[in-house]
Design a protein around this ligand. Structure first.
Ligand code: HEC
Length: 170
């Protein structure tokens, strides 16, 4: 029995000492975060945290190159439209497509997600299609491309089409 009490009191002591060390760490973090020196992206690491962390230019990008970043970023964020159009820098969507903007899948320059249960919104879900590799040529193609497009639907399921395209609606 006494050994149980000893071990219980020992763990209480350990617990208490870990509280002490935790609170001293917490106190230090108010002064200087232990993570402030961690730079997981090397010199490109930004100070921004949270949902917009990936939407920042690399922090070592020279100011003279920031305009290039903004232009590229706008192509990534803004919607594309079908050609021909007066906006000829952003046309060429379709005839089949998944969504009209890169960022609709690469959400905040990060990843997409499968739909939540009951959510019909499948935009950021990308489904690759492939038929089995039968010939030696197809087996090589599978290694290089990762898939062998399905003859009717192609290599990627695209559930939208621009008006007037040849897609047959059920
Ligand atoms: C329908 C969703 C979707 C859209 C729209 C989309 N992407 Fe992607 N993108 C993906 C997926 C999924 C991958 C990963 C593909 C894989 O690993 O096979 C990817 C991969 C990439 C990669 C490679 C990333 C890496 O780490 O290798 C780049 C670059 C990229 N996309 C840029 C773009 C750009 C630019 C646009 C707009 C012109 C765009 N994407 C639009 C879904 C999308």
């Amino acid at each position: 029995m006494s050994s149980i009490f000893q071990s219980v009191s020992l763990s209480a002591v350990l617990l208490a000492s870990s509280f002490i060390s935790l609170s001293s760490v917490a106190h230090q973090s108010e002064i200087e975060s232990p993570l402030s020196s961690v730079r997981s992206g090397g010199k490109t690491t930004t100070k921004t945290t949270g949902a917009n962390a990936f939407s920042q230019p690399a922090s070592n990008l020279p100011m003279t190159d920031r305009l290039d970043f903004s232009v590229g970023n706008s192509f990534f964020r803004n919607p594309w439209i079908a050609a021909p159009s007066t906006t000829d820098a952003r046309d060429g969507l379709g005839p089949l497509f998944n969504t009209n903007g890169c960022q609709n899948c690469h959400i905040k320059d990060g990843r997409g997600h499968p739909p939540e249960t009951g959510d019909p919104h499948t935009v950021s879900l990308l489904l690759r299609l492939s038929v089995p590799a039968m010939t030696a040529e197809e087996k090589r193609q599978l290694i290089i491309d990762g898939n062998i497009p399905e003859p009717n639907y192609g290599g990627q399921l695209q559930d939208f089409a621009i008006p007037g395209s040849c897609r047959k609606e059920k």
